[in-house]
Design a protein around this ligand. Sequence first.
Ligand SMILES: Nc1nc2c(ncn2[C@@H]2O[C@H](COP(=O)(O)OP(=O)(O)OP(=O)(O)O)[C@@H](O)[C@H]2O)c(=O)[nH]1
Ligand SMILES: [Mg+2]
Length: 201
Amino acid sequence: MIFGRSQRGKPPVEPVTLKILVAGGFGVGKTTLVGAVSEIRPLRTEELLTEAGRPLDDLRGVEAKHTTTVAMDFGRITLREDLVLYLFGTPGQERFWFMWDELAEGALGAVVLADTRRLEGCFAAVDYFERRSLPFVVGVNCFDGAPRYPAAEVRQALDLDPGVPLLMCDARERESVKEVLVGVVEHAMAASAARRRAVTT
Ligand SMILES: Nc1nc2c(ncn2[C@@H]2O[C@H](COP(=O)(O)OP(=O)(O)OP(=O)(O)O)[C@@H](O)[C@H]2O)c(=O)[nH]1
Ligand SMILES: [Mg+2]
């Protein structure tokens, strides 16, 4: 039997793979976010928080936290059959920030997670991506019991450019995290299209 053109199997789709950073201050839920959506067992580099670190580690709001990321989190999510994201979670504590440059290499965009009880924790991440012109979205991780603020108020407190998306999320919920990740990809794609237009006109 001869197979006609219409019966021809679809060529296998080679997915586009993109690298996304997940950054933000100490204990905002970066490791939780990567773990909530990763379809592979996430690689984690957690170490126990110790008494020695107590003066440096701000545990307000996350008193139950026993470990901290010392190098990175790594996970993978297939957003569509032709689009795979590799997620790299950064360490939140200032003493490990020297690793950010290496983690940021080749990234398309970033999520800056924020906790409204300790908003100042994410200022450095916002500065970092602004300075490098790496597209980012802010995800406000709505912890139970944390006060809720209107998006406009959080935007103002972070002094965000009008074009930077800000989304409310729950880092423990897969669907909520997916929305944030779709937001980064769309924002980064739009930013790169705008850059291309600026070059060609
Ligand atoms: N209630 C609530 N708890 C959360 C949420 N996200 C994270 N947590 C908890 O908050 C704590 C901090 O989460 P992590 O994911 O370790 O935070 P992190 O940003 O990776 O922390 P570092 O790597 O140490 O900077 C953990 O005890 C989580 O179980 C959330 O959305 N709601
Ligand atoms: Mg972590």
